[in-house]
Design a protein around this ligand. Sequence first.
Ligand SMILES: [Zn+2]
Length: 358
Amino acid sequence: MKTTLSTLAWTVLVTAAAAQFNPAAFPPVNEVPPINSTEVKEWLKGLSFADVPVLPVHTGNPPACPALAQIPANQCWWTCQSCPADDIETCPTPGTWGLTFDDGPTPNTPALLQTLKANNVKATFFVMGSNVVRNAEVLKQEVAEGHHLASHTWSHHPLTTLSNEQIVAELKWTEKAVMDITGHRMKYMRPPYGDIDNRVRAVVKKLGYIVVDWTSDAYDSKDFALNAGFTEATLSAAVTTMSNTLKTYGANPGAKGIITLEHDLYPVTIEFAKRLIPVAVEAKLKVQSIAECLNDASPYQNGAGPIQPSPTIKPGSGNNGTQPTQKGPNGSNGSNGLVKAGSLVAIMAISTALLLTA
Ligand SMILES: [Zn+2]
């Protein structure tokens, strides 16, 4: 009997998971979800913040950096102290380009997917829960085409301005939306604006997440800013700047690969990507998703490697994520009662499929 799950089994799993997606069951979009809902109370149960550092909660959207001397030394605030702690900022292999798109999925994303397919490259999409519930079909297309999904919170509020409980609500609602639609429980997250400190890190780690930033300011494409007052001249200047950065890196890649930041938000950011991605050939860079550049065979907390049709993402073997000791807030691997019920259906479906393919 085959020891790994067949494509058929995973198709059944996704169908079972998708069957329970109900957009009306989610909080209002683009707002920090309330923390007194039944779901959030359940997620908070058994989750202790006793070992989470007590640090100032900031204000502003995003917060402005105070003078360095005013920031507690143990805060390790990425955007204001250039302090990454153990966040991922690079790919381990020189000459690799970790391609990432934030803030989607949006109705503009399919045009980007077409470009990625035409160039035969895979990317990581850091998705916003508020956009996931409104563009479920686009999310499914991302997975079907071999791309990797990671979390970018529910409402895109800067996390250092939120309470520990609100951070849990932001991540768990996004996780539930993606889980209900695709069957994948995300394992990587990127804080909106890169706004993360040691308090936020401690909370996101409790939920099993690994933090991914980008390599440095030079690798932030700043495509986001092109939408306001867009002209061909500003677009072409931005493409030239980023192309030169990639070529300079490619000529002398040093010890690590790079991770760039782009957005699948507006037609102009999609056009930016369309022009930039082919530069990889001239810059001698290998474009990869974050899962692939980290050589992570289980890029989701529930494994789920076999559903990735990308020939370059190695299949995992079901529930064998690399963080077996990290549990959900109830000490379980399910994200809530609804998902657990769905998982039972899925497990039954997989068992049936395995029998069929034995
Ligand atoms: Zn963002």
